[in-house]
Design a protein around this ligand. Structure first.
Ligand code: ZN
Length: 469
C-alpha cells in the first residue's frame, strides 16, 4: 500500500487540497511562473470533459462558439470606464515586438468584452440579427497578487464566457433566467450543489448593471465562486456602439449579458467530493469510468487475464470508458492508485468470480457488491446511483451549513444569512463584524419580516455572508 493521504477536514482542507491535486496527477506546480498551471494528461482530460458538458449546454440553447484573439489593443480596452478601473491593476501588457516598441500597447485579455464588442458593433445591423448568443472557451490572464492555488486562484485562467446581445432589457432578463437553468443542469451533472446570490452593488462585476454569483461551500467552510452571470443593460453597448435598427426603423442600443465559469469548477469537484483516499470523480466526467483489476492466483494467470480482456471489451461496448490495469503490482497498490484518482467504479476478477460467473464491483464511495457476469449492463445503473449518492451527500453538507440568523453571531461558520435593510453601510458593517464577505441577496428572493441586524430598521431582504476563496 502507498503512503497515507491527509483527511480533508475543515482545518486540514487546504493542505489536503494542495497535496491531492499533484498526487492525483492533475497538474504539476513546478513551472516557474506562479499561477500558470501545467495540466497533466489526467487533469486536462477531466477539464476537457467538463468543457464538453458546457458545450452540450451551449448547443442545446443555441449559443454559437467563437474564438477571438488573445491580444486586445489598448484603445479597445479603454472604451468602458468602469471596466478599466476594475481590471487595470491585473492586466499584462505587451509593449514590444522584438526590439521595437509597439505603436499601440496590447494587453492579454483579462476577460473578453473589449475584444468582442467592437466586432459585435459590426456584426449587428438590425433586429433580425438578434438575439446574438455566442461563447468561447479560451485562456484569460489576470495578475493575481494573492497567493495562488491550483484551479482556484490562478493567473492564466481556463475561461468559459458566454456573451449575448438582445433587443430589450426584458429579453436580456430572459437570457439570465436561461443561464440559471443552464447552471442547474450543468452542476447537477457534476453532482455539485450551489447557491445563487445577487451580489451587492459594491461587489458587482466592473461595468455590470448587476451581477449574480454561483457559489459552492468547500469543506474548509469557505465558499468558492464557480460561476457568474451579469446583466450589462446598455453599459457596454453605448461606448462600443452596438446598435440595431428596430422594426420601427429607429436605431437602438443592445442590451447585453455574460455568463462566465472557469477551472474553478474542477476545484469544486475536487474539494466537495474528495476524501482521505483521494478524488471522487462524478461518472459524467470521469476520464476512466471503470477500472478492471485482475486478482491473479498461481496457475490462473492466463485465464484471469483472458477474462479481463473480454470484460473490458464488453464494458466498452455498452459505452463506458474502461481501463484494464495489468501492471505488475499488487492489487492493493492498484486499488490505492485508482482511488486516489477518483475512478468511480472498480471491477475485480479473481478465480472464485470466474468459477461462479460473477464479478466483484466497488464504487468509489465505499459500496461493494457482486453482480452476475452476464449482467454487465447493470454497471450503468450502478454509476447513476453513485452519482446520486455523492450529490446527496454534498447537498446535505451544504444545507447543514447555511445558517439563517436574526442577529450578529461571531461563532457562526459556513454560510450565514442576516436580515438587512439594504443600506451599504449596514452590509459592510455585517462583513466586518462577522469577519466575512457578503455574497449578496439569496436568489430566488425570500421574504424577510425581521429587523436589520445592524440598524434595527425594517429589513427589506436578507444578506448572505461567508468566508470566501
Ligand atoms: Zn440597516
Amino acid at each position: 500500500m502507498g503512503e497515507e493521504v491527509l483527511k480533508p477536514t475543515k482545518e486540514k482542507f487546504d493542505e489536503w487540497y494542495n497535496e491531492i491535486v499533484e498526487k492525483a496527477d492533475l497538474c504539476d506546480k513546478r513551472y516557474p511562473i506562479k499561477g500558470m498551471n501545467v495540466w497533466k494528461p489526467y487533469g486536462w482530460k477531466l477539464m476537457q470533459n467538463i468543457d464538453k458538458l458546457i458545450r452540450e449546454e451551449m448547443e442545446r440553447t443555441n449559443h454559437q462558439e467563437v474564438c477571438f484573439p488573445l491580444l486586445i489593443p489598448e484603445s479597445f480596452f479603454k472604451k468602458e470606464e468602469e471596466h478599466i478601473k476594475g481590471f487595470s491593476s491585473e492586466v499584462y501588457w505587451v509593449t514590444h515586438a522584438g526590439k521595437n516598441e509597439l505603436e499601440e500597447r496590447l494587453l492579454l485579455r483579462p476577460t473578453s468584452e473589449t475584444a468582442l464588442y467592437p466586432l459585435f458593433s459590426l456584426w449587428i445591423r438590425s433586429h433580425a440579427d438578434l438575439p446574438l448568443k455566442t461563447f468561447q472557451i479560451v485562456n484569460t490572464f489576470r495578475y493575481e497578487t494573492k497567493m495562488t492555488k491550483a484551479f482556484i486562484r490562478v493567473r492564466e485562467i481556463h475561461f468559459f464566457e458566454a456573451h449575448t446581445c438582445h433587443e430589450s432589457f426584458e429579453d436580456a432578463e430572459k437570457q439570465i433566467r436561461e443561464d440559471l437553468e443552464i447552471a442547474k443542469r450543468f452542476f447537477r451533472k457534476l453532482c455539485i450543489p450551489f447557491i445563487i446570490s445577487k451580489r451587492p452593488d459594491w461587489d458587482k462585476f466592473a461595468g455590470a448593471f448587476y451581477s449574480i454569483g454561483l457559489d459552492v461551500l468547500m469543506p474548509s467552510m469557505k465558499t468558492l465562486q464557480v460561476g457568474s452571470i451579469h446583466q450589462y443593460k446598455q453599459n457596454f453597448s453605448i461606448p462600443f456602439e452596438i446598435k440595431f435598427e428596430g422594426k420601427d426603423g429607429k436605431h437602438y442600443y443592445c442590451h447585453q449579458t455574460t455568463y462566465g465559469m472557469s477551472e474553478r469548477v474542477l476545484g469544486a469537484i475536487i474539494g466537495i467530493h474528495g476524501d482521505e483516499r483521494g478524488l471522487k470523480i462524478p461518472s459524467s466526467i470521469a476520464p476512466i469510468k471503470v477500472v478492471i483489476i485482475p486478482i491473479i492466483f498461481k496457475g490462473w494467470e492466463e485465464k484471469i487475464l483472458e477474462e479481463c480482456k473480454k470484460l473490458k471489451k464488453e464494458i466498452e461496448e455498452i459505452g463506458l470508458t474502461c481501463f484494464l490495469d495489468a501492471r505488475d503490482k499488487t492489487p492493493g497498490s492498484k486499488f490505492y492508485d485508482w482511488e486516489l484518482k477518483g475512478v468511480p467504479l472498480r471491477v475485480e476478477v479473481g478465480p472464485k468470480d470466474l468459477e461462479n460467473k460473477m464479478i466483484t464491483i466497488s464504487l468509489r464511495d465505499g459500496i461493494k457488491k457482486k453482480i452476475k457476469r452476464d449482467e454487465i449492463e447493470k454497471l450503468k445503473d450502478e454509476l447513476k446511483e453513485y452519482d446520486e449518492r455523492i450529490y446527496k451527500k454534498a447537498e446535505e453538507f451544504l444545507h447543514k451549513n447555511i445558517h439563517v440568523l436574526k442577529e450578529i453571531c461571531k461563532d457562526a461558520e459556513g454560510i450565514v444569512e442576516l436580515p438587512w435593510c439594504g443600506k451599504e453601510e449596514c452590509g459592510k458593517e455585517m462583513e466586518e463584524r462577522m469577519d466575512m464577505k457578503s455574497l449578496g441577496i439569496p436568489l430566488p428572493e425570500k421574504e424577510c419580516n425581521e429587523k436589520c441586524a445592524i440598524c434595527s430598521d425594517k429589513a427589506t431582504t436578507w444578506l448572505r455572508l461567508a468566508r470566501t476563496y
